[in-house]
Write a protein that binds this ligand. Sequence first.
Ligand SMILES: [Fe+2]
Length: 332
Amino acid sequence: MRDTLSDVDSGHKSPVVLVVDDSKSIRTVIEACLSGIDCVFRFASNGPSALAMIEADPPDLVLLDVSMPGMDGFEVCRRIRADSHLRLLPVVMITARSHHHDRVKALEYGADDFMTKPFDRAELVARVRSSLRLKSLYNTLDSAEQVIFALAAAVEAKDSVTERHTRRVAESARHLGTRLGLSEDALDALYRGGIIHDIGKIGVSEAILLKGGPLDIVEQRSMQAHPEIGANIIAPLQTGSNLQPIIRHHHEWFDGHGYPDGLCGDEIPLLARIISICDAFDALINDRPYRAGVSVDEASATLAAGAGTQWDPRLIEMFLAEVPLIERMGAA
Ligand SMILES: [Fe+2]
């Protein structure tokens, strides 16, 4: 079904379903079975063209045949899942009824669901409806996430001195994560966590954030509340669950003297330990309201001196080896 005039007026957009099957007759059958669902169809007859279409304009659901000449459905699914931007794209794989092992393999390759051929029309409609409902929910969550990122940008805009600070932290943290061989999901969390790690500063007054001198004890307490405030802000966000530990624990110290929970050593989540180093380095080499930025060598010496007390010594060693590259990334 296509958009009605009133849909267009109300800004409603029908979800897009990409049907990937090398058999034209199967593609036609699927389209006919789903004719009662409010969606727009796109078709691909092989894996590479499906991937190109998904990359150019991601659909809301992929119905993916397993057995296709050349690249099979498993490989297509694996490549979709390897792209962190497509992690919320539902993929329903279509297997022959007799191939039970295909079902297990489909789930192992990251498919959300599977269907068997020949189709039961009612089952196909029900599964497609349920997948599109799920995608619609994901879209809502993603919008919520965009609000959070906009808030993070608003926090940064409060202080022009720290402009671009969060992006540099995000980029250097992701770089260090790559050197550590972390997973795509962890690298994605490092980048997003780097951007929003200080979002809790929205709850700290500008008089404190921009104060030109040292903070008194009350002001310090207010400033030190920002990790907890930030963690609470993103708590309702399901897609942000892996960001919460970064936000809450990015001011913990390796020796247990940090805040808010006084965690020490490996108790501090690894991604928070990484962000803590990248945050400190970038803060040191750039001007702050209360002091001028120091040279890269001085900042490196400060990090080295804090290895084992404030920061994870193993990570500091790795970070310092990457400083020339990180410095160039920051200047770019
Ligand atoms: Fe912070």
